[in-house]
Design a protein around this ligand. Structure first.
Ligand code: LFR
Length: 491
């Protein structure tokens, strides 16, 4: 029996999922779950990378204590963020959180130096103000010592893998999200690096998902009292792993990876880099088995998470199921927002920002928690329809429905409303998409599955998929028209 471990790090929590192949099916067990608490220090928001490394070791210890003989492990996490390793092999500084405000205005300043059309043509990546390229540019403008001391650039899973194995490699799926990687030439974009004066030596060889990336190093094995095991580089960008786990039968399918972010799009065999993709601000992120994800970021459940945090700060704590129940009881379509309005990106007082958005667009603002949550979830579902239709237009495909994966599918109201909004069925599952995608890529490398399509079939047979059929079509069509007017989304 093959027992392997997937560490999946999300923006607010991480988990170690044990995967086993039993009678041709995948069985998973959560061995360890931990919170991921970004740390605000002065004006800066950081990831607590050493704590994350500590939790990974805890996961390995839990496997040991359960008497599990692991064959391998791999890590995936959110994208774009990074740390630098100095000449002495040690981490320089603490990685910044992509929601830190130090990148504000950096994208626009960089455009004065390199036109966006050139950046897009060379990378195929959507313009998000927190992309690595703008983070590095902001550090350069600030004359940050990080760039002076830094010798090697590693993204979050690359860093953790380095702590475990002592080897420095950059992984492909994550590398593409930097907006510094050229998918046509299959290498870091030397032209952009030159224009930006970022030393080429920062960036290492790029490993394809599924590569053997080293063994647990002796010091780690000694500390934990465990034998050394191979560490794989999977699709270390969590969205890449989530899409690998979509249990699709059809070669061309639409997906929504639903968590803190909502990532919607389709899988393609080569990047779609043209004026329309750039205009609609779609991206081409690297995936498994030579695929790319033609997708768009949607702000996702982040807005709801931040509202909940704000209410908690004010002494009113609600569980997510409570909030969803309150939303179900609130009046439909009372107020609508564009979830991707830039005011919703940084952490902070989200209810006030929603109120402000509603006032600016001449709407009655929500007052009760239920009204806020209803506004957020309905607006998300309507934005899904908008992006779903753009995905069809860009890819020239018609999709029969939408695959939803990720923790967000536990929100059954959101799944139902997504089906209502797009007017097609939603197939929801598995919820642990990223971790399962992480597992199957390890297994493909070990020859347990022939390819990603065989893996997807086994995922389909191993996990329940819930089907949501569209309802209340007229009301949702009317709401969509209003949504487009209010948000100014006319494309
Ligand atoms: C989702 C995700 C998105 C990426 C965002 C920031 O967890 O990885 O794909 O755009 O986080 O890194």
């Amino acid at each position: 029996m093959s027992s392997i471990l997937a560490f999946d790090l999300g923006a607010s929590s991480g988990r170690a999922l044990l995967g086993r192949l039993v009678d041709g099916k995948i069985e998973v067990e959560e061995l360890h779950r931990f919170s991921n608490d970004p740390v605000q220090m002065g004006n800066r928001l950081h990831w607590d990378i050493l704590r994350l490394y500590h939790e990974i070791k805890q996961g390995l210890l839990k496997a040991k204590h359960a008497g599990i003989a692991l064959q391998s492990m791999a890590i995936d996490s959110w994208a774009v963020d990074f740390g630098f390793i100095g000449k002495d092999g040690e981490l320089v500084g603490n990685p910044y959180h992509y929601r830190d405000r130090h990148t504000e205005g950096a994208m626009e300043s960089l455009f004065a130096q390199i036109p966006p059309a050139i950046i897009f043509a060379r990378t195929g990546i959507q313009f998000l103000p927190f992309n690595t390229i703008y983070q590095l540019f902001a550090l350069k403008l600030a004359n940050s010592p990080l760039l002076k001391e830094g010798n090697r650039f590693l993204m979050i899973p690359d860093l953790l893998r380095y702590f475990l194995t002592g080897q420095m490699h950059n992984e492909f799926s994550n590398a593409t999200t930097t907006q510094l990687y050229n998918p046509v030439e299959s290498k870091w974009d030397t032209e952009l690096l030159k224009l930006l004066e970022f030393p080429k030596s920062w960036f290492g060889d790029v490993l394809k998902p599924g590569s053997h990336a080293g063994m647990l190093q002796p010091s780690v094995c000694e500390e934990l009292g465990i034998p050394s095991i191979p560490v794989y580089a999977v699709a270390e960008h969590d969205t890449g792993s989530a899409v690998a786990a979509v249990p699709a039968t059809e070669k061309s399918f639409a997906y929504l990876s639903c968590g803190t972010w909502s990532l919607m799009g389709t899988e393609v065999n080569k990047p779609v880099i043209n004026d329309l993709t750039q205009k609609l601000n779609f991206t081409n992120e690297g995936g498994v088995a030579g695929t790319y994800r033609l997708l768009k970021n949607i702000m996702g459940l982040w807005i709801l998470q931040e509202c909940r945090r704000e209410w908690e700060r004010a002494g009113k704590s609600y569980s997510f199921p409570e909030l969803v129940q309150m939303a179900a009881e609130a009046e439909p379509f009372a107020a609508l927002i564009d979830p991707d309005d830039s005011s919703f990106l940084p952490p902070g007082d989200m209810p006030s920002r929603i109120v402000q958005y509603c006032r600016q667009t001449g709407q009655q603002a929500p007052e009760s928690a239920g009204q806020f949550v209803r506004c957020i979830l309905e607006s998300l579902a309507l934005k899904y329809r908008y992006v779903f239709e753009l995905t069809e237009r860009l890819s020239g495909q018609r999709f029969n429905g939408l695959h939803m994966v990720g923790g967000g599918i536990q929100n059954t109201l959101l799944c139902q409303w997504s089906a209502n909004a797009i007017g097609k069925p939603v197939w929801a599952g598995p919820a642990e998409g990223s971790a399962i995608g992480n597992l199957v890529v390890q297994w493909i490398s070990q020859g347990q599955f022939a390819d990603i399509w065989e893996a997807r079939k086994v995922i389909r047979d191993s996990f329940p998929i819930t089907i949501y059929e569209p309802e209340e079509r007229e009301a949702w069509n009317d709401a969509f028209e209003r949504f487009c007017v209010i948000t100014g989304l006319t494309e």
